[in-house]
Write a protein that binds this ligand. Structure first.
Ligand code: GLC
Length: 399
């Protein structure tokens, strides 16, 4: 069971950075390239000579995340390819044995600790270099037991040698069962070592939070969740993927997650030298500029009842905290705006970016905001904070 303290932290944080960095970054096509192109282990291992980490500056990674308003960071300690970013004792296929020549995970941890940035590790249960993984527990029980012992040992290392982890972000349990991985025992051990950790749902047990991937879909009320998403369409660094989402889209996804009471984990894929691509930095800077004046509407947001979202016609997803409704205007109607269906008496209205009060008028459940600028102050999302005398609700127009 997750600690109440950890769950509160997670619910408050709302926005995190995901980092996919490994040998696939050298190939720069997709983090699944080893599998997709059936690259044999020995050929793949040679990529380690080109994993230099020459421009790796974890301090700058953390600073970038902080400037973006992100409140935690998750780094791929080992992806499906099997390459460990740390000095694993149960594998030779590690960053210290690559061109980088050092434990880059330890450097990441030190940078996070220095700047008080909560951090966690992604860890892939599966490892494509092990034929035992493909043969599976049924066909090769002894081989599977050896493979599983290696996986458990690595998780143990990650939970022992790298300080206090906020999150353990498993992946790659397919196509087996939690029994095959012995996930229950593994996670019990993880919690022994890290009492404040949160564990995601990908050891194939539900544990602490759900992980919708590449879409923002709220879990049932009461169940914590986090949408993970890329800025283009691949997680690892890619020179051939040019399908970048716009800052506008990314901010709207973040707002949608916060409106549903969930988190948004946005990915960057650094180059093999550790440099974060310009396209990603550009997007993070734009999000940071928006967050600097609007983060109050994101951190610690409460889950909106779905029906409450039909408030006027300026946007689809709004956020709520206590008695304040944060109206996210993705569209701008001009000098006057009308809101409907709201229960509660409006006490004040203000622009979140500078606190300027807004003239308003309320008649029953309809609210008029007046003397607004003719053009959207922030064409991406102008946030208006509406303070009510109680938690604003949706007027029940049925029955
Ligand atoms: C998928 C992919 C993987 C990626 C992960 C992130 O499971 O296999 O490449 O790391 O999702 O959510």
């Amino acid at each position: 069971m997750a600690s109440a303290h950890a769950l509160r932290w997670f619910n408050d944080a709302r926005f995190g950075m995901f980092i996919h960095w490994g040998l696939y970054s050298v190939l720069a096509r997709h983090e699944w390239t080893m599998y997709q192109e059936e690259i044999p282990n020995d050929e793949y291992a040679r990529l380690a000579d080109r994993f230099t980490a020459a421009r790796y500056s974890p301090d700058d990674w953390v600073a970038l995340a902080q400037d973006t308003g992100m409140r935690y960071m998750i780094l791929t300690s080992r992806h499906h390819e099997g390459f460990a970013l740390w000095d694993s004792k149960v594998s030779n296929f590690t960053a210290p044995n690559s061109a980088a020549g050092r434990d880059v995970l330890a450097e990441f941890v030190a940078a996070c600790q220095k700047r008080r940035m909560p951090y966690g590790f992604y860890y892939s249960l599966l490892d494509w270099r092990w034929p035992e993984y493909f043969r599976g527990p049924q066909a090769d029980p002894d081989g599977w037991a050896r493979f599983r012992a290696y996986v458990h040992a690595q998780v143990e290392e990650l939970c022992t040698d790298y300080g206090e982890l906020a999150v353990l972000w498993y992946d790659g349990g397919w196509p087996y069962t939690p029994e095959a991985w012995d996930s229950a025992a593994l996670n019990a051990r993880v919690r022994e070592l890290q009492p404040n950790i949160l564990i995601n749902d990908r050891s194939l047990l539900p544990e602490d939070f759900d992980t919708p991937e590449q879409h923002v879909t709220a879990s049932p009320p009461g169940r914590p969740w986090e949408s993970c998403m890329t800025m283009n369409t691949t997680w690892g660094y890619s020179t051939i993927d040019h399908e970048w989402r716009t800052p506008r889209q990314l901010i709207h996804f973040l707002v949608t997650a916060a409106a549903g009471g969930g988190n948004y984990l946005l990915n960057v894929g650094p180059e093999p030298d550790g440099h974060i691509p310009f396209e990603s930095v550009e997007r993070l800077r734009a999000m940071g500029a928006w967050m600097r004046v609007n983060s109050e509407s994101i951190y610690g947001s409460e889950r909106m009842p779905d029906r409450l979202m039909r408030v006027g016609s300026v946007g689809r997803h709004h956020t709520i905290k206590g008695n304040t409704l944060y109206l996210h205007c993705w569209r701008w109607p001009g000098r006057e705006m009308v809101l409907g269906n709201l229960d509660g008496t409006l006490l004040s209205a203000r622009f979140l970016y500078d606190g300027t009060p807004i003239d308003f008028d309320q008649r029953q459940n309809r609210i008029w905001l007046r003397d607004l600028p003719a053009f959207a102050p922030d064409p991406i999302d102008t946030v208006i904070a509406l303070d009510f005398d109680r938690r604003p609700g949706l007027r029940d127009r049925f029955g």
